[in-house]
Design a protein around this ligand. Structure first.
Ligand code: AMP
Length: 204
């Protein structure tokens, strides 16, 4: 079993690119952010514990994330590996992951900080399908505007905290995975389809 990691700052397009990678590899997407939001909306203990951190744009403590991942990887569909999206986000998470699964490739989607705020603040999700749109870069089809929601942490203020968390705690993982020889960098500052094509070329 070997897994792929989608890596990059918030708003780099990890979730958007995950779909094409899933289709190509058959690996299921494991997004810790989605799992936490689902726990939050169900009102579970995990959700309640994670809520304050998420709303502040801080990372949720490693222990909570790692138990979530351990449980997820026990599921049947994860037996051939998974596509991690938004995990690992700290060196400790990466080291713990190395003990439970092999990571064969880390795809780093690179986007400059200056572009992140505009990307995140304009992001909208279709509450029915989970599809992600952007008011400027990927407008939703007409007729579904009443279904579009904005993530609570997709505000300009919270984005700054998320970017700080990314630079101080997550960005060092690029060196960690580069030293392991599995890091692949992709310029994420292009239109969605070009980024997808570059990623698909890495997967052949
Ligand atoms: P995301 O949807 O990946 O942007 O994650 C949303 C929020 O969930 C983050 O800002 C963190 O508060 C939390 N989160 C998601 N994944 C992790 C992780 N691997 N480690 C710590 N916190 C996480």
């Amino acid at each position: 079993m070997s897994s792929i990691v989608l890596f990059g700052p918030p708003g780099a397009g990890k979730g958007t690119q995950a779909t094409a990678i899933m289709e190509k590899t058959g690996l299921p997407q494991v997004s810790t952010g989605d799992m936490l939001r689902s726990a939050l909306s169900k009102g579970t203990n995990l959700g309640l514990e994670a809520k304050g951190y998420m709303e502040a744009g801080d990372l949720v403590p490693d222990g909570l994330i790692l138990s979530l991942i351990e449980e997820r990887l026990k599921e049947e569909d994860a037996k051939n590996g998974v596509l991690f999206d938004g995990f690992p986000r700290t060196i400790l998470q990466a080291e713990s992951l190395a003990k439970i699964t092999k990571v064969s490739m880390v795809i780093s989607i690179e986007v400059p900080d200056d572009n992140i705020v505009e990307r995140i603040v304009g992001r909208r999700m279709d509450s029915e399908t989970g599809e992600i749109y952007h008011i400027k870069f990927k407008p939703a089809p007409s007729g579904i505007s009443d279904r579009l929601i904005q993530r609570k942490d997709d505000t300009e203020e919270t984005v700054r905290s998320r970017l700080n968390a990314y630079h101080s705690q997550t960005a060092p993982l690029a060196d960690y995975y580069s030293n392991l020889g599995v890091l692949e960098k992709v310029n994420g500052n292009r239109n969605i389809i070009d980024v997808t094509n570059s990623i698909l070329e890495l997967l052949v």
